[in-house]
Structure formats: structure tokens, C-alpha cells
Write a protein that binds this ligand. Structure first.
Ligand SMILES: O=C[C@H](O)[C@H](O)[C@H](O)COP(=O)(O)O
Length: 221
């Protein structure tokens, strides 16, 4: 079993019958969602809130009932991958472009569990270019303002065309090399008009499931 599958399936042990589950996006969350599908086929009643259209399609394929925020009072647990994590369980997310919905759902969940293979650990965040979601209007100016914070922003492309998020926005991948203060950077970025949200998830993860020396390990705040 590969590391992504190990951590993705381990997280499902935190799901109980009747729960509302925030469903993450990406190649690690894939294993969580397919395992949840197995539970559903075994009679579990699980309701899912997806963090992307891609995840919504996978969840439906797996027989998981999807619900909207208006249908539920709370999200019991959200499970999602990460592009980088540090020792304080701060994260960079958004490699798949789903960071906005992911942040809304992680923030709404009573428990947010992060699943990440061993390659995602970092002493300092920032080697992975930070995804920042921006509105298309004024994108060149927003890009300049973000660059003034000390990074090289690159418009994410799909082929020759800008990548468009599920929310109709652009993503800038911002190479900071390392981010001294994730909290400060998160706030600075979100103060720039045109920025919708950025992929720094600071002080949000309750539990990290990862791999060290080939073994599953779990860390909490
Ligand atoms: O937008 C995508 C998400 O933040 C993913 O959770 C993140 O990119 C990790 O993806 P993967 O599990 O495929 O490495």
C-alpha cells in the first residue's frame, strides 16, 4: 500500500455512522473518499460536503450522499490533504486549486484531519509555491501587489489558458522560498484587494496523519 493510501484510509477510522464529513480534494483524499464509499456500501449513513467539483463527482460515484451547508448544522469531521506541513501543523494547500472551498469547510468542521505522505513535511513552509486565488478583474495589478510581499507569482495555466477555479477565479502560484511567519503572510495576502483567499492554513489542523520511517504516525496540536 502506498503512503497516500495508508494515511487516507487511516483517517476514516475517525468517521462514525451518521456523521457529516467534509471531503477533501486531491490524490490523498481520493483514498479517504473511496474508503468512505466502502463504509456506505456496508450500511453507514454518511453525508458529505465536497471541497471541489472533482470530489463531488468522486463522492457520487462512491454512493456518498452530498449535502449543502443549508442542509446541516455542522460538519463533524473534515479530512483533506496538504502540499506542505510544518511542526506546528500549519499547512500550504491548493496545489489542486481547491483551497477556497477547502478552507471554508476546514473552518466549519469540528475536527479537521490532515492526511499527508512523508514528502510533505517541511521545517519552514514555502518551498512549495503558495497558491493564491484571485479574481480575474485587475489580475495584473493584484499580481504586482502580491509580488511586493517578496515572491514570484506565476499565473497557473492549463495548457495555454489560465486555470480557472471552481469559483471562476485565477490561481497564482507564489514562490516565497520560505515563509517566516505563516500567520502574518496569510493576513497580508488577504488584505490585498483582488485576493479571494490563499493556501496558508494556519492553526486550523487538529490532527495530522503522516508517515515516518515507513510507519503511520499521528500528531495533534
Ligand atoms: O487544492 C488541492 C488541495 O489543497 C490538496 O489537498 C493538496 O494539493 C494535496 O493534494 P495531494 O493529496 O494530491 O498531494
Amino acid at each position: 500500500m502506498n503512503e497516500k493510501q495508508m494515511v487516507g484510509e487511516k483517517a476514516v477510522e475517525y468517521i462514525k455512522d451518521g456523521m457529516v464529513v467534509g471531503l477533501g480534494t486531491g490524490s490523498t483524499a481520493y483514498y479517504t473518499i473511496t474508503k468512505l464509499g466502502e463504509l456506505v456500501r456496508n450500511g453507514f449513513n454518511i453525508k458529505g460536503i465536497p471541497t471541489s467539483e472533482q470530489t463531488a463527482a468522486l463522492a457520487v460515484e462512491q454512493g456518498i450522499t452530498l449535502v449543502d451547508f443549508k442542509d446541516v448544522n455542522q460538519i463533524d469531521v473534515a479530512i483533506d490533504g496538504a502540499d506542505e506541513f510544518d511542526a506546528d501543523l500549519n499547512l500550504i494547500k491548493g496545489g489542486g486549486g481547491a483551497l477556497l472551498r477547502e478552507k471554508i469547510i476546514a473552518n466549519a468542521a469540528s475536527i479537521f484531519i490532515v492526511i499527508a505522505d512523508s514528502s510533505k513535511g517541511a521545517k519552514k513552509l514555502g518551498a512549495f509555491p503558495l497558491p493564491v486565488e484571485i479574481v480575474t478583474f485587475g489580475a495584473d495589478m493584484t499580481t504586482k501587489k502580491i509580488a511586493e510581499l517578496g515572491c514570484e507569482p506565476k499565473l497557473r495555466l492549463t495548457g495555454n489558458q489560465p486555470f480557472i477555479t471552481d469559483n471562476g477565479n485565477y490561481i497564482l502560484d507564489c514562490d516565497f522560498k520560505h515563509i517566516e511567519s505563516p500567520k502574518e503572510m496569510e493576513l497580508q495576502l488577504n488584505k490585498i484587494p483582488g485576493v479571494v483567499e490563499n493556501g496558508l492554513f494556519v492553526n486550523m489542523a487538529d490532527r495530522l496523519i503522516t508517515i515516518e520511517n515507513g510507519e503511520l504516525v499521528e500528531k495533534t496540536k
